[in-house]
Design a protein around this ligand. Structure first.
Ligand code: NDP
Length: 475
């Protein structure tokens, strides 16, 4: 379904107050948001600033997956885990470092306090934006009515669903003996050994975290790691993780996870068995639509179980929209936020806006870190004659440290137009670097634009503007 400008139920600045009076006779709110994660909170706040009367319902904690049990606490744990290598490397720079020790409880307390603080910030943002908060589950009764857990029924002209996603566990025998990423943040003690099942973002990020904190880590996946990423990136990462001592088992899948004497025994389909204190299932996330009453409101789902929306995030029910992971377009926080802002522009600012899902840069906080934007080499070769620029080098910081780990930088260029189709970085701060490179790529930069940019020296990032010759073998 395509929503044109005239179809949008929008508030013009001139008719906001009069239309609100009319509407308020029919509706309690102009907008009711279900789910106060990154996308929902942004949509609520921005819609309110555009003159809408807004309420939001949240059954758990304000901030959603990213703030409470995802990106933020994860990144704090990444920082914590990086110190073990820093203590080792410091010796190469002349420091005498005693035997470092790590206190899981101390990190948990500090991390949880920061998450509590951020949750408070989210609450205050909503309060400051005059958004009414209902701290309970909400479900749809029809296209304009929601029912709260306590039975209160509320009518809204527009309803926005932003309930996010939930980890999924495949139906392996004994899967109840495993944990998911949400559970990591509640562990009272650090497991001495951990098996991460899955080769995606979550398995690999937690593998790096736990390895850095001193846990013995095994990663297994039925295929490879980071399927869909550039082959050089994946190979570089596999090599680096293996060199660090992470036990990587690719091409195997569990058939059973048994519990014996407090330990988990993962039996794989090749007959091998790995025993660990904990098993993390990091096998993807699915849209969280349970108990939302979508059937009652007549909201359609896609084949994959996500809420189906058009390019303006509108469902098949004209008064109901959905954004973020529950729509399973691109499962990333900044994408949900952009979708929320585009929704507010469309519905409450008379400015139909499609969220732009093209050329999204992303970072994977593995150790080493990955930053990537645009096409992989394989994707680019499908429709383009390409030049590949690749540099693998030992960053300066690793030299005195005696660390062999190398960085990878790769630029994929369309030969005909000289346009940069993709940039892929593995190594220190690549998440930070790719954010800057992404601006250039999004603007349509050519390789010549990269080349005429003066290097910032001495940095690792300068390699991005100093790669002169395509690698041999490129077409
Ligand atoms: P991903 O989709 O990234 O990876 C899932 C992994 O589990 C894949 O390796 C997949 O293997 C494997 N898998 C899937 N289903 C099964 C199954 N039935 N049996 C065995 N293995 C299976 O999911 P994650 O859980 O790692 O992350 C979820 C989402 O969260 C990501 O898509 C990402 O967008 C987001 N995220 C982003 C982060 C970031 O931006 N840094 C950090 C964390 C999460 P195969 O490849 O063979 O399909």
């Amino acid at each position: 379904m395509k929503a044109g400008k005239t179809e949008q139920r929008s508030l013009n600045a001139s008719d906001k107050s009069s239309s609100r009076k009319t509407r308020s006779m029919q509706f309690d709110y102009d907008l009711f948001v279900i789910g106060a994660g990154s996308g929902g909170v942004r949509a609520a706040r921005v819609s309110s600033s555009m003159g809408a009367k807004v309420a939001i319902a949240e059954e758990s904690r304000y901030g959603g997956t990213c703030v409470i049990r995802g990106c933020v606490p994860k990144k704090l744990m990444v920082y914590a885990s990086q110190y073990s290598e820093m203590f080792e490397d410091a010796r190469g720079y002349g420091w005498s470092v005693g035997e470092p020790s790590f206190d899981w409880g101390a990190l948990k307390t500090a991390r949880d306090a920061e998450i509590d603080r951020l949750e408070g910030v989210y609450g205050r943002i909503l309060e400051g934006a005059n958004v009414t908060r209902y701290n309970q589950h909400a479900r749809l009764l029809d296209g304009h009515t929601v029912e709260l857990r306590d039975g209160t029924q509320i009518r809204a002209k527009t309803i926005l669903i932003s309930t996010g996603g939930r980890p999924v566990k495949p139906p392996f025998k004994g899967v109840e003996n495993t944990i998911v990423s949400d559970d990591i943040f509640h562990l009272e003690s650090q497991p001495k050994s951990l098996i991460c099942v899955g080769g995606g973002y979550i398995a690999l990020e937690f593998a790096g975290i736990f390895h850095g904190l001193g846990t013995h880590v095994t990663v297994s996946n039925r295929s490879t790691v980071l399927r869909g990423y550039d082959d050089d990136v994946r190979e570089h990462l596999i090599e680096a993780l293996t060199a660090k001592g992470i036990d990587l088992r690719l091409g195997v899948n569990p058939v059973e996870i048994a519990e014996k004497d407090g330990m988990k025994h993962v039996i794989y389909d090749d007959g091998s068995v790995v025993i660990a204190e904990a098993v993390l299932m990091a096998t993807g996330r699915s849209p969280y639509v349970d108990g939302l009453g979508l059937e009652d409101a007549g909201v359609s789902l896609s084949d994959g179980g996500a809420i189906a929306v058009d390019e303006f995030s509108r469902t098949n029910v004209p008064s109901i929209y959905a954004i973020g992971d529950v729509t399973d377009r691109v499962q990333l926080t900044p994408v949900a936020i952009r979708e929320g802002m585009a929704f507010a522009e469309t519905v409450f600012n008379d400015n139909p806006t499609r969220p732009d899902h093209d050329l999204i840069a992303t970072a994977v906080f593995t150790q080493p870190e990955i930053g990537t934007i645009g096409m992989t080499e394989a994707q680019a070769r499908e429709g383009h004659d390409v030049d590949i620029y690749r540099s693998v080098f030992r960053p300066m910081i690793n030299v005195l440290a005696g660390r062999e780990e190398k960085m990878l930088m790769k630029i994929i260029v369309d030969k005909a137009s000289d346009k940069v189709l993709g940039v892929h970085i593995v190594g220190h701060h690549s998440g930070e670097m790719i954010q800057c490179a992404a601006i250039a790529v999004k603007m349509g930069a050519t390789k010549k634009d990269f080349d005429r940019t003066m290097a910032v020296h001495p940095t690792s990032a300068e390699e991005l503007v100093t790669m002169r010759d395509p690698v041999s073998g490129a077409t």
